[in-house]
Design a protein around this ligand. Structure first.
Ligand code: HSE
Length: 418
C-alpha cells in the first residue's frame, strides 16, 4: 500500500466553518492531517481551542515551509483571494470555501493553478455537503449533460420554507437562519441571490467548461416574493424555490439563470426544505438524477472541506476536463422565459417588453400577468426587480423555439380559438 501524503494545515478563519473543521479533524485522527496554526482577524474573541493555535499574522502560515496545505474559510473575498493566490504561488495546495472569491476570480485562479502546479479544491463552496463539484467534474461528459436544475442556497430555501409552510415572518425566518449559522455575515448576499449566483458560476465551469463572471448571468433573489405569489403557487399544486438552472440549447451554448421559479410538488426540488440543497441532473441515457443534502451550516460545510483535505492526500486536483479536454460551451442568452409577474401598479410593468402576454389580472390590489419575455431584455432592464415587483419563472420556463410558437399562437388567434 502506498504511503499517503502527510498534511500540515495552515487554517485561515475560525468562524462557523473553521471551528467546525477543527472539531471534525479532532474526530478523524486516521486522516493524519493536523492544523499547525490558525490565522484569525479578531484575537480577543473567545475561541474553543488552545490560544497557542492562533496568530493574526498571515505570513506565519504562508511562509511556513512545514505547512503544505492552506485551508481558507474566511468571508472576505478580497483578503481570501490574496491568501489563496499567495499560497498557490508559494507551492502550497489550497482548500477554500469562499464561493464569492472563487466565482469572481475564476480566470486568474485557473491560470495560477496551471502556472504553479498546485491544487485548489473547493467542494464546500457549492451546495456544502453535496459532492457536486467533483461529480460534475469527474462523472458527466458534457455532451451528455442536458440540464442541471438546483437549489444552491440554504438560507433562502430555509426562509421560503419557514414563511410559506410554517407562517413565520420574513424577518424572523432570516433571524433564525442567521442564528443557526446558515446566512452570510451580510445576509443580502443570500436574500438577493448573489450567493446562489456565485455558486452557479462555479458549477457552470465544472459542468460545461464555461468560464463566466457572475455579472454575465441573469439572477435575482427572493426579496420581492409576495404572500399572494405563494397562494397562486399553492392553488396550482406548485411551490416557489430559488432555482439555479442551466440547459444545453438546440442552437448551441448553454442558457443559464438564477431566479425564483415555480416547481411542481411532484418534482424532486419541491422535497428540498429548510437549509437543504438539491441538484437535479438530466443526462443522456441516465435520464434524471437527484442529489440532496445539507447546503449550509458548520458541520455539513466542514464535511466537504474534510473531503477535499482527504483527496489531497492522494494529490487530487481538478483537471477542468470540460474546459481543457472537451469543446467548452459558452453561455447563450438567446432564449425566452415564460414568467409570472406580480406587482402593485400597472405603470411598473412595460407591456411592450413581452413577446406575448397570456394572462392578465388587474382587478385585485396585487395584480399579475403571465407572459413570455426575452432573457436578454431582463438582463438589460431592471423594472422587474424594482417597486416590489416579483418575477417568478414558470416550471417549464425556458422557450427556445420562439418563432414556431409565435406562428402557432397566431394561427390559433386567427381561428378564434384564443
Ligand atoms: N449562506 C450560504 C447558504 C452558506 O445559505 O447557502 C452556505 O454556502
Amino acid at each position: 500500500m502506498s504511503e499517503h501524503k502527510e498534511l500540515v494545515i495552515g487554517l485561515f478563519g475560525f468562524g462557523v466553518v473553521g471551528e467546525g473543521l477543527y472539531k471534525v479533524l479532532q474526530q478523524t485522527p486516521s486522516l493524519k492531517a493536523v492544523i499547525k496554526k490558525a490565522c484569525i482577524k479578531h484575537p480577543d474573541k473567545k475561541r474553543n481551542a488552545p490560544g497557542s493555535l492562533f496568530t493574526t499574522d498571515r505570513n506565519e502560515l504562508l511562509n511556513d515551509k512545514d505547512i503544505n496545505l492552506i485551508v481558507e474559510v474566511i468571508d472576505d473575498a478580497k483578503a481570501g483571494f490574496e491568501i489563496v493566490s499567495t499560497a498557490l504561488k508559494n507551492g502550497k495546495d489550497v482548500v477554500s470555501s469562499s464561493k464569492k472569491m472563487i466565482a469572481e476570480n475564476l480566470e486568474t485562479l485557473l491560470k495560477l493553478q496551471q502556472e504553479t502546479g498546485s491544487s485548489l479544491l473547493y467542494e464546500s463552496a457549492a451546495c456544502a455537503s453535496i459532492p457536486v463539484v467533483r461529480n460534475l467534474e469527474e462523472y458527466y461528459d458534457n455532451d451528455l449533460l442536458h440540464s442541471i436544475r438546483a437549489i444552491v442556497n440554504g438560507s433562502t430555501n430555509f426562509i421560503l420554507t419557514k414563511i410559506f409552510e410554517e407562517n413565520l415572518s420574513f424577518r424572523d425566518a432570516l433571524l433564525l437562519a442567521q442564528q443557526l449559522g446558515f446566512a452570510e455575515s451580510d445576509p443580502t448576499l443570500d436574500v438577493e441571490g448573489f450567493d446562489a449566483l456565485n455558486k452557479w458560476t462555479i458549477l457552470l465551469l465544472h459542468a460545461y467548461g464555461i468560464v463566466a463572471h457572475p455579472e454575465d448571468i441573469l439572477f435575482n433573489g427572493i426579496q420581492n416574493i409576495a404572500k399572494s405569489d405563494a397562494q397562486v403557487a399553492k392553488a396550482r399544486g406548485q411551490q416557489i424555490k430559488l432555482v439555479a438552472q442551466a440547459k444545453k440549447l438546440i442552437n448551441g451554448g448553454v442558457g443559464a439563470y438564477v431566479l425564483p421559479q415555480f416547481v411542481s410538488t411532484e418534482t424532486p426540488l419541491s422535497f428540498v426544505k429548510n437549509e437543504y440543497n438539491g441538484v437535479v441532473i438530466e443526462s443522456g441515457f441516465a435520464d434524471q438524477q437527484f442529489f440532496y443534502g445539507k447546503g449550509a451550516g458548520s458541520f455539513p460545510t466542514a464535511s466537504a472541506v474534510l473531503s477535499d483535505i482527504s483527496a489531497l492526500r492522494y494529490e487530487y486536483r481538478y483537471e477542468y476536463k470540460k474546459l481543457y479536454h472537451h469543446q467548452p460551451h459558452q453561455l447563450n442568452d438567446d432564449i425566452y422565459l415564460k414568467v409570472f409577474i406580480s406587482f402593485t401598479d400597472l405603470a411598473f410593468v412595460p407591456k411592450e417588453a413581452f413577446e406575448w402576454i397570456e394572462e392578465w389580472h388587474a382587478q385585485e390590489s396585487r395584480k399579475y400577468l403571465s407572459g413570455v419575455i426575452a432573457l436578454k431584455k431582463l438582463k438589460e432592464q431592471s423594472w422587474w426587480k424594482e417597486n416590489g415587483t416579483s418575477l417568478i419563472v414558470e416550471a417549464d420556463g425556458i422557450i427556445e423555439d420562439i418563432e414556431e410558437r409565435k406562428l402557432k399562437k397566431k394561427s390559433l388567434e386567427l381561428a378564434g380559438l384564443l
